[in-house]
Write a protein that binds this ligand. Structure first.
Ligand SMILES: NC(=O)c1ccc[n+]([C@@H]2O[C@H](COP(=O)([O-])OP(=O)(O)OC[C@H]3O[C@@H](n4cnc5c(N)ncnc54)[C@H](OP(=O)(O)O)[C@@H]3O)[C@@H](O)[C@H]2O)c1
Length: 312
């Protein structure tokens, strides 16, 4: 049986995961809060969209019946402690219980680089503490239950044609003559969305082995400061006559004031104080952790890929 339940399948990473799962022969169910959010994937053969409140545990457990594997890609970037706990931790607890109730063999959970079950109280931001707490839940579930194999995938920041990362920096430089940048010297190891999706499909194909947690850190080949990434986005998109806009790194106090005002703006903020806190730790791979190479994937560098979509 190759039936898979993909929570968060409508998102940026989820759409790529669904495309690759279809190619690998999986039948997919994607729950969503609103059917309209699934427009980009609903045409895929063998994919069923289900309007569902995934936080309703009984409904979730019922919908998951008959699936041999589950992927969780649901996450948020902004919110208060209670919201992060609801989306990143309590939902994961419900997913784990629903997997056990339905005899699901594999659960792939997409976490984030910097999360670790040992850092659920010490990580610098709500985002990373809640991601860490979710990992702790899954480590406990896997060690207590023989049949369920849990895979934790921790990507660095993800780039690709529809990202909210390089595209945003390019758009800002199309409008503003200079960029006052928070977290300018924070280091990242950006990874291509297609490599992340492929990693998920490869993890699903690994030989079964219940009662254990396997963790992969998904990163690209280049470690770069945020200011270098913003510069590349400007240059590749042709801003400032192809030179990119001047970038001014903000000191932390000014960055926090900027983030505070961004949080007040309508819609999802470009940057929140919690995002700033996340950037207090480098977002680069841990030496010795398995990653894309161990899954047989050669990680794509950001510049040639981003040139393809930013130059348009
Ligand atoms: N993008 C990155 O740079 C990056 C970096 C590191 C880690 N990650 C991780 O990779 C995973 C996928 O990220 P992404 O960029 O693809 O995220 P995304 O585009 O924001 O998609 C998030 C998904 O979560 C669902 N969702 C959002 N809020 C929800 C809520 N309140 N209740 C239920 N469902 C909700 C949405 O489903 P519906 O709207 O259809 O309900 C959507 O499909 C996440 O775990 C994220 O933390 C991403």
């Amino acid at each position: 049986m190759k039936n898979i339940f993909v929570l968060g399948g409508t998102g940026f990473v989820g759409a790529h995961v669904c495309e690759q799962l279809v190619r690998a022969g999986w039948q997919i169910t994607v729950p969503t809060r609103r059917r309209v959010n699934a427009q980009a994937i609903q045409h895929l053969p063998g994919l069923t969209v289900l309007e569902l409140d995934v936080h309703d545990e009984a409904a979730l457990t019922h919908a998951m019946a008959g699936h041999s594997a589950v992927i969780n890609l649901v996450a948020i970037l902004h919110g208060d402690a209670a919201t992060f706990a609801k989306i990143h931790v309590h939902l994961v607890e419900k997913i784990a219980r629903a997997c056990l109730a339905n005899g699901v063999a594999q659960l792939v959970h997409v976490s984030a680089l910097g999360a670790d079950s040992a850092r659920m109280t010490t990580a610098p931001s709500y985002y990373l503490r809640s991601k860490s707490a979710a990992e702790a839940v899954l480590v406990q579930v896997a060690s207590a239950s023989d049949p369920l194999r849990v895979s934790l995938l921790r990507p660095s920041v993800i780039f690709g044609a529809n990202d909210q990362f390089m595209n945003v920096f390019a758009k800002l430089q199309a409008v503003f003559p200079f960029i006052p940048l928070a977290g300018a010297d924070a280091r990242f190891q950006p990874v291509w969305v297609c490599d992340v999706a492929q990693a998920i499909v490869r993890v699903l194909a690994l030989p079964p082995g219940g009662g254990s947690v396997h963790t992969w850190e998904l990163v690209g080949p280049d470690v770069m400061r945020l200011r270098d990434l913003v510069h590349i986005a400007g240059v590749l998109s042709g801003a400032g006559a192809g030179k990119g806009r001047p970038i001014f790194g903000l000191p932390m106090w000014a960055a926090r004031i900027q983030a505070f005002f961004m949080e007040l703006a309508p819609g999802a903020p470009l940057m929140s104080r919690d995002n700033l806190d996340s950037m207090l730790v480098d977002n680069v791979a841990t030496v010795g952790m398995p990653g894309l190479a161990q899954l047989g994937i050669t990680a794509a560098a950001i510049e040639p890929v981003a040139r393809g979509y930013l130059s348009r």
